[in-house]
Design a protein around this ligand. Structure first.
Ligand SMILES: *[C@@H]1O[C@H](CO)[C@@H](O)[C@H](O)[C@H]1NC(C)=O
Ligand SMILES: *[C@@H]1O[C@H](CO)[C@@H](O)[C@H](O)[C@H]1NC(C)=O
Ligand SMILES: *[C@@H]1O[C@H](CO)[C@@H](O)[C@H](O)[C@H]1NC(C)=O
Ligand SMILES: [Fe+2]
Length: 487
């Protein structure tokens, strides 16, 4: 009886949600400005971390077997990967065997091993190996470890950097290691996402103390391996990576993160692994650090100024920015925390016509209209964000499912810049079709199922404009039927 009632309620709320979604799409088509606050809230499991002895954190069999295997892009254009893993008991080999057919490893690459301490915790042996000179659009198999303990994985390199290269990114943030986190990860893996853009706050190990901090970094590494060993995760750091813990004499910011999650920052001439850029397929992806200095003349500011000049929309039409703290957020949680970075970088995002900015931090989902607030200057100008065709869409996906739970209190009334918001767990995907069109989805975790909830066609900010669109007419460019668009 109870079950039946629950099901009826669920069906009702789903129907209600469908109505909401249709309404949002219609308001887009009509150029309407009414934002939508979805009342759908469901926390499927309590927000507690999965116990360490759960199979989600299973230690691979065999003496000193490699664990916590993960890969990330290793160069600027996608012909290299950095493979990282941990051996728990002894250093072992830092070698990677790889090739284009299974069990036939024609090539090897030699990495390096390191380790660190955190209070009295001693990390395992952390291996990092750059595998470069790869062919584009090719499946590679790789093997690490030795003898009975060796393990094999594979990954697919991206297509050559090309304006019409199609590619599907997943966007995940604030993941943590709860059963909700597992649900998010599994939903992402059921889709066809090829690379994860991770918007910060990885393990939430800093919620623990003393030895447990390192132990929860290790469990998280084993947790995400199911995806991260097979496709690159593009990392950015959040506040939970800072780990400033003077009471246990740990005062080096980002220490665990930097040891464990290398980035290809040198390839984009960055001086710091916390901010960098890569190009992949038809996208130029810029990773920023919300918790590093960014005001005028600081290294991050200088680097971003120079990197934006290098963006070539004829080669990489899609300009995507990742950061942890959102610039446009209407949740009570972390409200206005992104203002400092907004005041420094927003005018560049408008000038360079960034397509989309992904952020995390707020444990809910929110999408903005194309707005800017760059005319405001503390002595004059528009005081409120205004509609701006050159502005990016700002999307907050801090809803991976960590132990802190959902941010359920949105500001009321919904500000004009906010297009859609909902406090549920989930992840997003951005499916780039060609230089002018990408299809975006936010997928809510809904009773163990992945439900596409907020969907639209994103028109490219460079190739979507009228002049270039007319030029493309001969390529038979037409609007995608059925879905709403952002312009
Ligand atoms: C950990 O690495 C340091 C160098 O970074 C090295 O001196 C030390 O021997 C290593 N620890 C162990 C147990 O091998
Ligand atoms: C701010 O507004 C004042 C007054 O209109 C103007 O003189 C000044 O140039 C503006 N500053 C900037 C940086 O736009
Ligand atoms: C780009 O993709 C969209 C959506 O699939 C399609 O409608 C359009 O015709 C494509 N444009 C070109 C130039 O291929
Ligand atoms: Fe955060």
């Amino acid at each position: 009886m109870f079950r039946v009632m629950v099901e009826v309620t669920m069906r009702k709320s789903r129907l209600l949600h469908l109505v909401f979604t249709v309404f949002v799409l219609l308001s887009f088509v009509n150029g309407g400005r009414a934002g939508m606050t979805s009342k759908f809230i469901r926390s499927e499991w309590p927000s507690i971390d999965i116990p360490l002895d759960n199979e989600a954190f299973a230690v691979p069999k065999g003496h000193n077997a490699p664990q916590q295997v993960h890969i990330t892009q290793g160069d600027y254009d996608g012909k290299a990967v950095i493979i990282s893993w941990v051996t728990p008991h002894e250093p072992g080999l830092s070698k990677v065997w790889y090739g284009t057919s299974q069990n036939k490893y024609d090539f090897t690459a030699e990495g390096k091993v390191t380790n660190y301490t955190f209070h009295k915790y001693k990390s395992g042996y952390i291996h990092q190996c750059l595998v470069d000179g790869l062919e584009y659009d090719t499946k590679y198999y790789y093997k690490i470890g030795s003898g009975d303990s060796s393990r094999e994985f594979w990954f697919q390199t991206p297509p050559k950097v090309d304006p019409d290269a199609s590619y599907k990114f997943g966007i995940i943030g604030d993941l943590g290691q709860t059963f909700n986190s597992l649900s998010t990860l599994e939903h992402y893996m059921h889709g066809e996402g090829q690379t994860v853009l991770f918007v910060g706050d990885l393990s939430y190990a800093d919620r623990y103390q003393f030895n447990d901090v390192g132990i929860r970094w290790d469990s998280w590494g084993r947790f995400v391996e199911r995806s991260a060993a097979y496709q690159p995760w593009i990392w950015s750091a959040g506040n939970h990576e800072i780990e400033f813990m003077p009471y246990m004499e740990e005062v080096i910011p980002f220490k665990s993160y930097l040891y464990r999650y290398p980035t290809p920052y040198l390839a984009s001439k960055s001086s710091n692994p916390l901010w960098y850029a890569i190009r992949r397929a038809s996208a130029h992806i810029i990773v920023l650090s919300s918790y590093s200095p960014f005001v005028k003349y600081t290294p991050q500011w200088v680097w971003l100024r120079d990197e934006l000049k290098k963006v070539d929309r004829e080669k990489t039409p899609w300009l995507i920015v990742l950061m942890h703290v959102p610039m446009y957020n209407s949740n009570e949680a972390h409200f206005m925390e992104g203002e400092s970075m907004r005041s420094v970088f927003e005018s560049w995002f408008i000038h360079y016509k960034v397509d989309v900015v992904f952020a995390g931090h707020v444990h809910a989902y929110e999408r903005s209209y194309r707005v800017s607030n760059i005319n405001y200057n503390i002595s004059s100008g528009d005081r409120y964000p205004v509609s701006d065709k050159s502005a990016p869409v700002y999307i907050t996906v801090g809803d991976g499912g960590n132990q802190e739970g959902l941010a359920g209190r949105f500001r009321d009334p919904q500000p004009d810049y906010s297009a859609f918001r909902e406090a549920s767990y989930g992840h997003s995907t951005l499916e780039i079709k060609n230089r002018s069109h990408a299809i975006y989805h936010w997928n809510r975790n809904d009773d163990g199922k992945k439900v596409p909830t907020d969907s639209f066609v994103l028109h490219n900010q460079y190739w979507g404009n009228n002049l270039r669109r007319r030029k493309l007419k001969k390529h038979n460019l037409r609007g995608a039927g059925g879905l709403a668009t952002t312009r």
